[in-house]
Design a protein. Structure first.
Length: 301
């Protein structure tokens, strides 16, 4: 494969009429310039430049190659300029809604990464533990957990993860670690719950499923409170894997009853319609897909 940088260096050598002048302007050794041109000639299988101690001239094929390289590089630069200008033109305000607890793990890093690429885009972010009506509430795109209920919406799954039962090594060292769901009642439990909902867990082990009504020390619709109670070694908490993975990897938290699993949870990018989807929303949706794939390779769909 021909090195485009070597082609660009060849054009500069021709236009500067000198290897040494090109090296000075590019801030590289003359030997590097000479080696790059030699590698280019070897790759092409032709002699581009006739060199002597006093002068530098192009061969006949070197002249033709120079003209094509110059035009090609101009087109390349024009294409890059076009893309950069288009990126700078991306502007406006994106209104998104997101579920609680994902702001610091996913949403804020995602939004700031998008703004680094498109600095003229502003965000208004609504954190809500209910499904917002996208059109009535003026939401461009929503990150939603669970199945799509509104058939008028389009959902693009981003990642799939599990909830885990976790505790600190300190807590487990001072008590008997549970191995089955019925042993959980002997421990202080902390769980996520909506205000009027009775906390229930459905735990799966192979083909066996057990449903238990949980009587937690406290239930809360915000995982940072559960994380605090668990980290303080007060008991066992239910946490999404994407929130507590780092603590598990570093040994700060330990999975409790690892053979018993919760049903997988899906996070999706949801929007009103594929038709007439604005360029800004479309760009953000595609960015979400790429970002999630890079940051959460094990959970990305």
């Amino acid at each position: 494969m021909i090195d485009r940088n070597a082609m660009a260096l060849y054009v500069k050598v021709v236009e500067n009429h000198s290897f040494s002048e090109t090296a000075r302007r590019e801030g590289i050794p003359v030997s590097t310039v000479s080696r790059k041109i030699a590698e280019l000639e070897n790759a092409l299988g032709v002699k581009l430049l006739a060199r002597s101690t006093r002068q530098l001239r192009m061969t006949e094929i070197g002249q033709d190659y120079y003209e094509h390289c110059r035009l090609g590089l101009e087109e390349f630069e024009a294409a890059n300029l076009l893309v950069n200008n288009r990126q700078r033109e991306v502007s406006g305000t994106l209104r998104i809604s997101v579920p609680p607890n994902l702001s610091d793990v996913i949403v804020v890093p995602l939004v700031t990464a998008f703004q680094a690429r498109y600095p003229n885009v502003l965000f208004r972010i609504l954190v809500a533990d209910r499904n917002i009506h996208l059109i009535e509430d003026g939401i461009d795109l929503a990150l939603r957990v669970g199945d799509l209920e509104d058939s008028n919406l389009v959902a693009h799954p981003l990642l799939r993860y599990h909830h885990l039962l976790v505790a600190t090594p300190e807590y487990l060292n001072k008590t008997s670690e549970p191995t089955t769901p019925d042993e959980l009642s002997a421990h202080p439990l902390f769980t996520f719950s909506h205000w009027f909902a009775e906390p229930q867990w459905s735990l799966i082990n192979g083909k066996k499923t057990e449903k238990i009504t949980v009587k937690p020390c406290f239930s809360i619709n915000e995982y940072s409170g559960i994380m605090r109670a668990v980290l303080d070694s007060f008991g066992i908490g239910e946490m999404p894997s994407i929130i507590c993975n780092k603590q598990i990897e570093t040994g700060v938290l330990i999975k409790v009853m690892p053979n018993w699993n919760f049903k997988p949870v899906t996070l999706s990018a949801t929007y009103p319609s594929r038709r007439n989807l604005s360029r800004l929303v479309s760009l953000f949706k595609e960015f979400c897909i790429d970002y999630i794939t890079q940051q959460f390779p094990d959970e990305a769909i």
